[in-house]
Structures are given as structure tokens and as C-alpha cells.
Design a protein around this ligand. Structure first.
Ligand code: FUB
Length: 320
């Protein structure tokens, strides 16, 4: 316990001492000085924030080693700033480790960071926690003091990692949390964002693996997700956030050299972007040394999405 408190204090101290770091994106992957994965996007005021996981497995080691989440921002898609890591697994005292996929959402001037993380030995397997901050760059603190969702709350999947990959959307004032691996659930959240309301509901989608992401455009709701394994990204559409969802096909192919692909979809300054990861960075790259990439996303006239073209050039800078 003492060691745990020391590690939190150390993290807080290092965070205060740490500085913003500027870098320029030169195509894909956009971040090359460290391995990043599971991007989530948030537009707040004039800025696009991209929150990521952080792969730190020793070279050639084939397992996820992830202890913190990272925060990057841009206002033109070319000039980026890396902010000191605003969230580390040690912040969640009830958890063990494993900074898996996450998403940050703003409500009533507060920023809520929903994360997948491994629970300590009091519960088996993965859980979903929530951190909160007054600023998109943090510092974030545990919003509840315990997990919001634990592995034993869903029982259909007989694996310990089925309660991962949270994604949140607020629709007409009502917040919804979607999550899952091999089974996909959603639940309503209360306005405080840290308590649930009503029963879990299950969504059936073809070959659902993980990584749900919900977004909205022109009266359509889109639920994209990792499909099969190795993962492609597929999606479904609905006129209602509670469904029914109609499967629409593959959106992105397997991303080079990585079993996972984990997407975020966001509109920023009039353009839609598809954010994902691949294993393109050498020398250690692969499924456990991933890198975030950004490409354009386009829609057809009927609202369906065009298949993403993954590029090494990436996206162009936004002109002022
Ligand atoms: O990064 C760990 C896990 O790999 C994420 O939670 C999944 O979405 C997959 O990308």
C-alpha cells in the first residue's frame, strides 16, 4: 500500500515537472517518438484532443504492457502538442494495471475519462473506471473510488476481458455508455456521469470483437467496431441511439502489422477524420508496439460511410 501511495505521489510530482512537447506530424503514423494505441478524440473549443494508450512492452515481447494514457492536441492537424500524461493506472487504487482503451467526454464543464483497466484481486479480470478533471489536459483523479463496471456484472461471455473499451455519447441530454469484447452492451448514465441508470442492454452485431465507437451525423447514429480477429473495422447505422442497428459492412481493412485497429471517428473544422492504429513503426513494431494514424473519412449521399483509404501521407494541415 505504501509503495502504491509513493507511486501516485511520484506520478503527480513528475507530472507537475513535465512540460508540453511540440512536434510536427509528417504523415502516418502521426506520433513517432513513442508507441501509441486505442485513440479517442475530443473536440473542445477550438482544439482537437487525441487521447491514447501507450505501448511500452520490451522489444520483441508479445503482450500488452501499458501503464498510462497520453494526451495530444492540435488546432491544424500538423502542429501537435504532447501534454504530460494526465492519467496513470496507479490513480485507480482498486485496480492493478493495464491502461487499455478509453474515451474522454465533456459534460457541464467537467471532463470524464472512461477507461478499461485490470481490477485488483478483489474482482476477476477487466473493469471500467472513470476519472474526472476540470481541464481536458488534466490532472485527472478517480471519479468514483471503485470500478463503474466489473467483470461479474456481465455473464454471457466466459472471458475475463469482456468488459473493456468504453465509449460514451450524450444524446439529447442522456449519456450512454457502450462497451465490450465479444459481447457488446450499453447502459444509460446519470447526469453525474458516474452512476448508471436502468438495466444493461445487449446489441448483436456481426463478428463483434471490441472497440465500439458511436458518433452522429445528419440524423444518423453510427456504431463502428472491431470486426473479427485480426481486426477490420465494420459499422452499423440507426436512426436512434438505442437502435435497432443495421449492419453496413467493412469500413477499414486490417491495419498493417497489427492485429488490432481501434478507431475513433470525429468531425473537426468541417472535415471528418478516421483515427486508428497500425504497427508501422520499426524496429519493434507490431501488435504490441502500435502507432496512431489519421486518415480522412468520407460519406456517401445516403449517409453510409466510404471505405477508409489508409495512407502513409496522412491528412493535410488545416489552413488558417
Ligand atoms: O490496447 C489494449 C486493447 O487492444 C484495447 O483495449 C483493444 O481495443 C485493443 O486495441
Amino acid at each position: 500500500m505504501k509503495l502504491f501511495s509513493v507511486s501516485i505521489a511520484l506520478f503527480a510530482t513528475l507530472n507537475v515537472l513535465a512540460q508540453d512537447t511540440a512536434f510536427i506530424a509528417a504523415g502516418n503514423p502521426i506520433i513517432r517518438h513513442k508507441y501509441t494505441a486505442d485513440a479517442a478524440a475530443l473536440v473542445y473549443k477550438d482544439t482537437l484532443y487525441v487521447y491514447t494508450g501507450h505501448d511500452v512492452a520490451p522489444a520483441k515481447e508479445n503482450r500488452y504492457v501499458m501503464h498510462d494514457w497520453l494526451c495530444f492536441s492540435t488546432t491544424d492537424m500538423k502542429h501537435w502538442t504532447e501534454h504530460p500524461s494526465p492519467l496513470n493506472t496507479s490513480i485507480f487504487k482498486w485496480a492493478k494495471d493495464d491502461a487499455w482503451a478509453s474515451q474522454v467526454i465533456e459534460r457541464n464543464g467537467k471532463f470524464y475519462w472512461f477507461v478499461a483497466i485490470t481490477h485488483d484481486s478483489t474482482h476477476r479480470g477487466k473493469a471500467i473506471g472513470v476519472a474526472v478533471a476540470d481541464n481536458p489536459k488534466g490532472p485527472f483523479k478517480d471519479a468514483i473510488g471503485k470500478a463503474l463496471i466489473t467483470n461479474d456484472m456481465t455473464t454471457e461471455a466466459k472471458i475475463s476481458w469482456d468488459d473493456i473499451d468504453p465509449t460514451v455519447m450524450i444524446d439529447k441530454g442522456q449519456a450512454y455508455l457502450f462497451w465490450g469484447n465479444t459481447t457488446l452492451h450499453y447502459v444509460k448514465l446519470q447526469e453525474n456521469m458516474i452512476e448508471m441508470e436502468g438495466a444493461f442492454k445487449k446489441i448483436e452485431l456481426p463478428k463483434f470483437t471490441e472497440a465500439p465507437w458511436v458518433h452522429q451525423r445528419n440524423g444518423w447514429y453510427y456504431l463502428s467496431y472491431a470486426y473479427e480477429f485480426p481486426e477490420k473495422i465494420a459499422y452499423a447505422m440507426s436512426r436512434n441511439i438505442e437502435g435497432p442497428w443495421e449492419y453496413k459492412g467493412i469500413l477499414n481493412e486490417i491495419a498493417g502489422n497489427s492485429n488490432t485497429n481501434h478507431q475513433a471517428i470525429v468531425a473537426y473544422k468541417g472535415q471528418w477524420y478516421f483515427i486508428y492504429h497500425n504497427g508501422a513503426l520499426v524496429p519493434d513494431a507490431g501488435s504490441f508496439h502500435r502507432s496512431v494514424c489519421i486518415d480522412y473519412l468520407y460519406y456517401n449521399k445516403d449517409g453510409t460511410m466510404k471505405r477508409v483509404v489508409m495512407t502513409s501521407e496522412g491528412v493535410k494541415p488545416i489552413k488558417k
